[in-house]
Design a protein around this ligand. Structure first.
Ligand code: FAD
Length: 555
C-alpha cells in the first residue's frame, strides 16, 4: 500500500505534468551538446557558465517556469515580490561573483545594519552584530562576562571558518580514489596542521559537538546563546543539543558580504537577482537554457549515461550530464534502479534528507511594533529571531517530534523591503518568515492552517497588531518545498549536514568527487560538497571535475 507521503508526491507530480508543458517540439531527438545540466538552480547555472567559459556547448533543462531553484524572486501578491525560499546572502563565493561578472549583470548586495535583533520578552531585546563594542554593550545588559567573552568567541569561529573557507572551492579527497585524491587529503592535513593545538581543539568541537554544549561553555545568558544557536537549527531537524549541530552553526559562518566576513546581506531585487545575473552570464557565454523542461528519466547504456528524456518524450544526448537535483531525486526517481548496485541503492536510501522548515511570505500594511522596541528603526532591517533561548528551541524540536508541529515555533523574520524598495509598494512591506520545527513526514495537506496559526501567534505575542497588518500571505510546508522545488523532505540543503554526510562523505563515501557510479553522470548541486546554501561552490567544483575528465582546464 502507498504511504500517505507517497500519495502526496504522486499528486504533486501529476500537478506538474498538467501545468508545465515543455516549450519545444515533442518526441524529437537532439544530439549536439557536450554537456546537459539538469536543473537551473544557482549551482546548475554556475556549473553551466564555467563549462561554457572553457569552450563546451551546454544546455540547461529546468522543470520550473523560471531559473534559480530555491534562489528565486516571485510576485506572491499583486505588487508584492519577495525571495520566496532562500532570502539572505553571505555564502555566495566571491570568486564566483567576480568571475561570472555578476555585478556587471546587475547584482548588488547590501549589508544589514546589524546582524540580528532578538525580542526576548516584553521589556528586553538584544541587537547583535556589526560594531563589536555596540554588541558588547548589548550583551552586557544581561552578562558582563558574556560581553567579555564575545571577541574570543568570534575569533574562535573565524579561525575554524577560515579552514572551511579554504576547502569550499576544492574537491574533497575521494575514498578509494587515485593520486589526485591523495593530494587533496594532504592539502586538508596541511590546512589543519597550520592550526595551533587550541585551534585543532576548536575545530574538533565545531565539527562534533552540539551547538548547545559549545555555547553553554562560552556564555551564560540565554539571549546570546539563542542568537548564535539559531544558525544550528536552521534547516536542521534537530535540537540545538544534538551532537553535530555545532557544525551547522559553523556552516552559516564561512561567508561574507562585499568582503566583510561572517556578515549576512540582501540582494537587491531578492535572491532571484543572483540567479538572473548567473543566467545572463550563461546566455552571454552561449548556454541554452530551457525552462518548463522537466527531465523524466535518464537512460544508461553499458554503465554509461546515454540519454536524457524529457516529459514530452524529447530525447537529448550529451557525453556528460551534470545533475543539479537532490541526489535522492536523481538516483531514486530519474534512474532505473537496475543500473545501480544493491549496495549503492541501500546507501542512497539511508542518505538523510529532511528539514523541518516552514517558509512564509507576508505582505504587510505596516512594520511590526515590537512591545520591547515599538518605534521604527534599524532593528527592522536585521534578521529578527523570535526564539529567546536554546531551551525554547529544544522544546520546539521535541514538540515537532511529538505533535508534528512546534507549539511555539522558532521564527526568523526578515523584512526585506526595509533594505530594498523594489519589492513592495511605497509605505508597505514584505517579510520572509523562516520557521522551524515542522516535521517533514506528516500529512501536510491537513496541517498547514495550524502551522500558519502557530507562527502568527508567536509573532503577535512579540508584536501585537501584526496579524491585523497582514495584507496577504503564502506558505510553503516541507511537502510544498518538495513539490515546488524538488527539495526532497523539504531539505533546504539537499541532504542533512551531518558529519557522516560532509566533505569526503558527501553525498556518500566513495562518491565525493562529483561523480557517481554511472560514467558521464556528475552531481553539481548542494548534495555535493560543500553542501547547501547559496554558495555556487558545488557548481564550480563540479565544472572543474567535468573538465578534468576531458583533459580541459577552468577558465
Ligand atoms: C526555505 C529555504 C530557505 C533558505 N534560506 C537560505 C538563505 O537565506 N540563504 C542561503 O544561502 N541559503 C538558503 N537556503 C538554502 C539554499 O537556497 C539551497 O541550498 C540552494 O539554493 C540550493 O541550490 P542548488 O542550485 O544546489 O539546488 P536548487 O536550488 O534546489 O535547484 C535545483 C533545480 O533543479 C530543478 N529540477 C528538479 N527536478 C528537475 C527535473 N526532473 N528536471 C529539470 N529540473 C529539475 C529544480 O526546479 C531547481 O530549479 C534556503 C533554502 C530554502 C528551501
Amino acid at each position: 500500500m502507498q504511504s500517505k507521503r507517497a500519495r502526496i508526491l504522486v499528486a504533486c507530480n501529476a500537478q506538474f505534468q498538467k501545468v508545465w508543458q515543455p516549450s519545444h517540439r515533442r518526441g524529437t531527438t537532439i544530439n549536439n551538446y557536450d554537456v546537459i545540466v539538469i536543473g537551473a538552480g544557482h549551482n546548475g547555472l554556475v556549473c553551466a557558465c564555467y563549462l561554457a567559459k572553457a569552450g563546451l556547448k551546454v544546455r540547461v533543462l529546468e522543470r520550473r517556469a523560471v531559473v534559480g531553484g530555491a534562489a528565486v524572486t516571485e510576485e506572491f501578491h499583486p505588487g508584492f515580490r519577495n525571495s520566496v525560499a532562500a532570502y539572505t546572502v553571505s555564502l555566495l563565493q566571491a570568486r564566483v561573483i567576480k568571475e561570472l561578472r555578476l555585478a556587471e549583470h546587475g547584482l548588488r548586495i547590501v549589508e544589514r545594519p546589524f546582524g540580528n535583533f532578538l525580542p526576548l520578552n516584553e521589556r528586553d531585546s538584544l541587537k547583535i552584530g556589526g560594531d563589536l563594542s555596540a554588541t558588547q554593550a548589548e550583551v552586557a545588559k544581561f552578562s558582563k562576562r558574556d560581553a567579555q567573552q564575545l571577541p574570543a568567541y568570534y575569533a574562535m569561529v573565524e579561525q575554524v571558518a577560515t579552514v572551511l573557507r579554504d576547502l569550499v572551492l576544492r574537491s574533497p579527497p575521494n575514498v578509494g580514489g587515485g593520486v589526485g585524491d591523495i593530494w587533496s587529503a594532504l592539502q586538508l592535513m596541511s590546512e589543519v596542521r597550520q592550526l595551533d593545538m587550541e585551534g585543532r581543539r576548536n575545530l574538533l568541537n565545531l565539527f562534533t559537538k552540539s551547538a548547545g554544549d559549545l555555547l553553554d561553555h562560552w556564555f551564560e545568558s540565554d539571549g546570546i546563546k539563542a542568537c548564535f544557536g539559531f544558525d544550528a537549527v536552521v534547516g536542521n531537524y534537530a535540537s540545538p543539543y544534538h551532537p553535530g549541530t555545532a557544525y551547522v552553526l559553523l556552516h552559516h559562518n564561512f561567508g561574507e558580504v562585499n568582503g566583510k566576513r561572517g556578515v549576512w546581506g540582501h540582494a537587491i531585487g531578492g535572491m532571484g537577482a543572483i540567479s538572473n545575473a548567473m543566467a545572463s552570464e550563461a546566455r552571454h557565454l552561449g548556454v541554452e537554457i530551457s525552462c518548463n523542461a522537466e527531465v523524466s528519466k535518464l537512460e544508461v547504456t553499458n554503465g554509461r549515461m546515454s540519454t536524457v528524456v524529457l516529459q514530452d518524450g524529447t530525447e537529448l544526448h550529451a557525453r556528460s550530464i551534470a545533475a543539479n537535483v537532490n541526489p535522492k531525486l536523481l538516483y531514486q526517481r530519474l534512474i532505473d534502479q537496475r543500473h545501480l548496485s544493491e549496495e549503492f541503492i541501500t546507501r542512497m536510501q539511508a542518505y538523510k534528507c529532511g528539514s523541518a522548515s516552514f517558509r512564509m511570505n507576508v505582505a504587510l500594511s505596516e512594520l511590526p511594533k515590537f512591545t520591547c522596541l515599538p518605534t521604527a528603526g534599524p532593528h527592522h532591517a536585521a534578521g529578527i529571531i523570535l526564539a529567546p533561548s536554546l531551551k525554547y528551541m529544544e522544546r520546539a524540536y521535541a514538540d515537532a517530534r511529538e505533535h508534528g508541529i512546534a507549539q511555539q515555533p522558532i521564527v526568523e523574520m526578515m523584512i526585506s523591503s526595509t533594505l530594498d524598495d523594489t519589492l513592495a509598494p511605497a509605505g508597505r512591506h514584505v517579510a520572509s518568515l523562516f520557521c522551524q520545527h515542522f516535521d517533514p513526514n506528516i500529512d501536510w495537506s491537513m496541517r498547514k492552517a495550524e502551522a500558519i496559526a502557530r507562527i502568527f501567534d508567536v509573532i503577535e505575542s512579540h508584536a501585537p497588531g501584526f496579524k491585523a497588518s497582514v495584507i496577504a500571505h503564502t506558505a510553503l510546508s516541507p511537502a510544498d518545498l518538495e513539490c515546488e522545488f524538488g527539495l526532497i523532505g523539504g531539505d533546504i540543503f539537499h541532504g542533512a549536514l551531518t558529519l557522516d554526510q560532509l566533505y569526503a562523505a558527501r553525498p556518500l563515501l566513495g562518491y565525493a568527487n562529483y561523480r557517481g557510479p554511472i560514467k558521464g553522470l556528475y552531481l553539481c548541486g548542494s548534495g555535493a560538497h560543500p553542501g547547501g546554501g547559496v554558495t555556487g561552490a558545488p557548481g564550480y567544483n563540479c565544472a572543474r571535475e567535468v573538465l578534468r575528465d576531458r583533459r580541459m582546464r577552468m577558465k
